[in-house]
Design a protein around this ligand. Structure first.
Ligand SMILES: [Zn+2]
Length: 232
């Protein structure tokens, strides 16, 4: 086997390794939660916090109403108990009972409004949570598929790397050195196929002498792009 062919085969393996590594990188990146899901989680958390605030407000009002009711009951009992005889004190008690009644009505109105807001917020929170579940479901299904691909890419890559090692031993040190240098210079493509008299990398038609030398198994380079040529 000519050195050109050895390097050409090495190039095929290296190209496949590079492609697989790129895909592996992409597969790993795709397993990160997408911005839409992150945003949906934040929205659901905000909706839950808001719902809790309104529920807490409702609880506070309920306690306050109970306190006012209790106080009004005690004042009323005292008012009608017959224990208090002083007209001024009776009058004050009467006013207090009335004031507490008004306060209670105000608080009950507010509690009703707050309860309506709690209902609205609960609807918002449920919708936000459902959206998170929907997006998370889609994402988890995608991740499961990606994990399978990741596993297969890993197995494939380790086989390719072994294969590359074996292939590299077939190349002469000087040829391998040129190859490695060209890989750096030519963005990963060091060896070009030669079909007829045309370089398959740059598509230029090459001089007859170059084509003949390549056909004789010599390690020659494209006149135009400088890559190692391998007759196909
Ligand atoms: Zn070329």
């Amino acid at each position: 086997m000519s050195q050109a062919r050895v390097l050409y085969d090495l190039q095929q393996i290296d190209t496949e390794i590079r492609t697989k590594k790129q895909r592996l990188g992409e597969v790993l990146r795709l397993q990160k939660e997408p911005p839409a899901l992150v945003a949906a989680r934040e929205a659901a958390q905000a909706a839950e916090d808001e719902l809790h605030r309104w529920r807490a407000r409702h609880n506070d009002l309920t306690l306050e109403i109970a306190g006012v009711t209790d106080k009004a009951t005690r004042s009323e009992e005292r008012l009608y108990s017959g224990v208090v005889k002083n007209p001024k004190e009776l009058n004050d008690l009467q006013h207090e009972v009335e004031a507490l009644g008004r306060r209670r009505a105000t608080l009950e109105d507010e509690a009703l409004n707050v309860m309506m807001t709690v209902d609205e917020r609960r609807t918002v929170e449920r919708a936000a949570t459902a959206e998170v579940e929907r997006l998370a479901g889609e994402f988890n299904a995608a991740v499961a598929t990606l994990k399978v691909e990741q596993q297969s890419l890993g197995v494939h890559l380790s086989k390719l790397i072994e294969k590359r090692g074996r292939q590299a031993t077939l190349a002469q040190p000087a040829a391998l050195k040129s190859y490695d240098q060209l890989i750096q210079e030519k963005r990963g493509l060091a060896v070009a196929g030669l079909r007829g008299s045309k370089c398959q990398a740059c598509q230029m038609t090459l001089a007859g002498s170059t084509v003949r030398a390549a056909a004789e198994g010599k390690l020659v380079r494209c006149d135009s792009c400088g890559r190692i040529l391998c007759p196909l």
